[in-house]
Structure formats: C-alpha cells, structure tokens
Design a binder for this molecule. Structure first.
Ligand code: SF4
Length: 341
C-alpha cells in the first residue's frame, strides 16, 4: 500500500518534502561511540549557548510553515530531545497546529518513566527508542555512560502500556561491537507491538571513525536473522520509508532494516532537518545548512519563510549515500547529534 503525499513542493529529483526532523537540542546524556564519541564531545565541548537555540514559539511557527507546504510528519530529535526542558509544551503547541502532522519522538529512553504518559497526553503520536543491545556490558560500552539496558526496556514497556503502538526500537549495528546482540534483540522483540529496526553503521558527521569494514550489511543482518526466523518481505507503507520491512510469518512480529550504506534509498528521500540553532539541512550527510533563525528573528513573514524553504528544497540535489566513496567519508559533514538521525 503506497500513499503519495499531496505536497506539490518537489526537489530536482521529484522528491516531495514530507518529513521534517527537528533537533531541539545538540546535547545528550549519552556518548554513543558511533554518534557522539566522548573524545570529541568531552567536558569542554562547546554546546550551543541557550540564546542560539530556537525557542518553542520559533520551532512551532517554522513547523507550521512546513506543514502549509505539505509536510506530513514531524520528528523531534536531538542530541537527546528530552534533554530540552518541558518538551511536552512544544509537543502540545505542535499538536494544536492546523493540519497538525504526525508527531514522533526519537529518544534514548533514559528518563523517568512518568514522562512517557505526559508526552502522550501532550499529543505525541509515535515513540521510537534507541537500544543497541540487551547485553549489559555491550550496551554500556556503546553508550559510554554506563547506562543499563533494563532501564531502556522499562521505558519501552511503559510506552506500550501508555498506548504507543507500535513502539519502534532502533539498533545501530557495528561490527566488533554488537553484531552478536542481533539475535537476542530479535528474540526479545519477537511479537507485534514493537518494531525492531536494525541500522547499518553510517559515516555520519566526521568524528565517529567510520570504516566500511565496521559495517554489518543489511544482507548479513537478514541472513543472521533467518537462521532462526521465517521472515517475509512487506511492502513499504509510503514512498520514502527508510526501513526495508519484514514480517515473521510465525509470530507476526515486524522488523526493519535501514541499509543507508549498502542499499541507499536517496531516490525517495523526502526528509528535511532543522538543527537546534535553526539551520535547514537537506541531507543527513550535509556539510552546511541554510540559516532560518536570522529570518525568524529578523521579522520575516510566514510567506517569506515559505519562499525561503521553497527556494532551498526546489534546488535540492542531495543523494549522498548513492555517491559515497572512501573519500567522502572524511568530508566535514555536520554531526548527526546536531541535526538528529
Ligand atoms: S543520504 Fe541524504 S539524500 Fe540520501 S537518503 Fe540519506 S538524507 Fe536522504
């Protein structure tokens, strides 16, 4: 079942602007080695000063303009979005918008469980939680702040109990770190109600020491899973869905594989990203973005913002993953923690 968005705004490759990922902070309480390595993001790291971060009002206004241009899904990201105080207020502001889009959150699930229900009550429609292993030592070595997997599992269970259905669970797979956690994770989430998605290790940013040798390909992930599970492919829910979908024909559980490195999907990419300081990025692997904070704080009207977004998107040519080479990996790409995954 493929539904096309009504959006008329298309880029140079005919891709509609459908999804907006909003980074509400560049800070995080984890130091995942594939995203925010401690050696770089240490005690002295200069995170964005408060005055440089978009206010909730600015974010809501900008999101409203994107919605008027056909955006259908808003995803709140970071860093870790729950590091931004009182996020429920922003969610309520977004949920109150005309033509309110679907509001999703990607979190590391490390916050007090009562937040799950307050996020739901504020209007959050979908919950995605990052969890890279059930193994205590492996997970702690990957988040690099000694955070135990049980607490994240409790957040996932609470999200299901609060009515988020399904809850998506994102697992980044890196060779030499957690490939042996693949099957235990798949066994644990082997029932409807959660969708476990395996994500190939990506050369995001320019500080995570990415090497192709550390990538466990989608093919290998699938092969490992099929040693135990009868998986049948499923159609995409919509054009631009990032995960390849599979269903376990015995349990009905769904899994996904995000193969940005070995099977790029740029041809259908309909995602834009706003950084916490108000820059618009048209690709996860971009080097630079367009400053909208200056427009927002410089008296621009909504029509001005619409024209500026249209101008950026209609010139968009991004397809980094299709053009990736060993050389491009070292480009000074923006950090994923700055624009959200
Ligand atoms: S590499 Fe860029 S253009 Fe390609 S799918 Fe990812 S974000 Fe989209």
């Amino acid at each position: 079942m493929m539904t096309e968005p009504t959006a008329s705004l298309q880029d140079t490759l005919g891709r509609a602007l459908r999804d907006l990922r909003i980074s509400v902070t560049d800070r995080c309480n984890f130091r995942c080695t594939y995203c925010m390595p401690k050696e770089v993001f240490g005690r002295d790291y200069a995170f964005l000063p408060h005055a440089e971060v978009l206010t909730f009002e600015e974010i809501a206004r900008l999101a409203g303009v994107f919605i008027s241009l056909g955006t259908r899904k808003l995803r709140l990201t970071g860093g870790e979005p729950l590091m931004r105080r009182d996020l429920e207020t922003l969610i309520a502001m977004l949920a109150a918008q005309d033509g309110a889009a679907d509001i999703a959150l990607t979190t590391n699930g490390s916050f007090p469980l009562e937040r799950v229900r307050s996020l739901k009550a504020a209007g959050l429609s979908r919950m995605t939680v990052s969890l890279d292993s059930l193994d205590d030592a492996v997970f702690k070595s990957m988040n690099d702040v000694d955070f135990p997997p049980e607490k994240v599992l409790a957040w996932i269970d609470e999200s299901r109990a609060a009515g988020f259905d399904p809850v998506k669970v994102n697992m980044v797979v890196k060779r030499g770190l957690n490939e042996d956690s693949l099957l235990p994770m798949a066994r644990h989430f082997n029932q409807p109600g959660t969708i476990l998605r395996f994500i190939e290790f990506m050369d995001v940013g320019h500080t995570n020491g990415w090497r192709m040798d550390d990538v466990v390909s989608a093919k290998e992930i699938l092969r490992r899973l099929q040693t135990e599970m009868p998986l049948e492919p499923l159609d995409a829910n919509y054009r631009g869905e990032v995960a390849q979908r599979y269903r376990n024909s015995e349990t009905g559980a769904e899994i996904g594989i995000v193969a940005s490195v070995t099977q790029p999907f740029c041809g259908d990419c309909n995602r834009a990203r706003i950084s916490a300081d108000g820059k618009l990025f048209t690709c996860l692997f971009a080097i630079g973005g367009t400053d909208f904070k200056a427009l927002l704080r410089g008296g621009a009207s909504d029509d001005d913002l619409r024209a500026a977004i249209t101008g950026v998107w209609q010139k968009r040519v991004d397809r980094y993953s299709e053009l990736r080479t060993a050389q491009t990996a070292d480009l000074p790409k923006v950090e994923m923690s700055f624009i959200g995954g």
